[in-house]
Design a binder for this molecule. Structure first.
Ligand code: FMN
Length: 157
């Protein structure tokens, strides 16, 4: 059993990473394997609504971070997405990647349990959870994530 822990933050080993590491340590204590992927600070292109992923089963754009997350999404048994809160929502590069991932890898993720974490300094965590980006995709029948839990984490380093 392996859980994919995905951080949307551009800050290497920032607060989102710290929150995910806490989750990872707890998973490990319970005999569950995990893998953390950080999106990093390179540009992430967004979905261009070409709908080619429906034929190809993956996005037409094969950038490194998409390929890495796509492969990990296929292999994982569960998914946790952590996002820093940016102006009351998830950060932009995470949204760009998740739009493409959920459009193209829905079949690899469906029925897998999922959870989300919002990391903020002051506020905006609930808006981030509600934003239809950080795992809201359970709303769309074809993806059918089971959201186990949503938690927010306030930590400033
Ligand atoms: C562009 C930008 C917008 C932000 N907007 C908010 C916000 O609306 N609410 C908040 O509490 N923190 C906001 N923050 C602070 C981050 O959410 C906070 O520092 C978070 O811990 C960063 O997590 P990270 O280290 O994983 O990137 C913002 C930060 C940036 C860079």
């Amino acid at each position: 059993m392996k859980v994919l822990l995905l951080s949307g933050s551009p800050r290497k080993e920032g607060n989102s990473y710290i929150a995910l590491k806490e989750i990872g340590d707890e998973l490990q204590r319970n005999g569950v394997d995990y893998k953390i992927i950080e999106l990093g600070n390179k540009p992430v292109r967004g979905c261009i609504a070409c709908y080619k992923c429906i034929e190809l089963g993956r996005c037409v754009f094969e950038d490194d971070i998409y390929n890495k997350v796509f492969e990990a999404a296929k292999e994982c048994d569960a998914l946790v997405v952590a996002s820093p809160v940016y102006f009351g929502g998830p950060n932009g590069s995470l949204c760009a990647l998740l739009d493409r991932l959920f459009m193209s890898a829905g079949k690899h993720l469906q029925y897998k349990p999922a959870a989300s974490v919002a990391i903020c300094r002051r506020g905006g965590a609930s808006a981030t959870f509600d934003s239809e980006q950080v795992l809201p995709y359970d709303k769309y029948a074809s993806y059918r994530f089971t959201i186990l839990e949503q938690c927010s984490w306030t930590y400033t380093r």
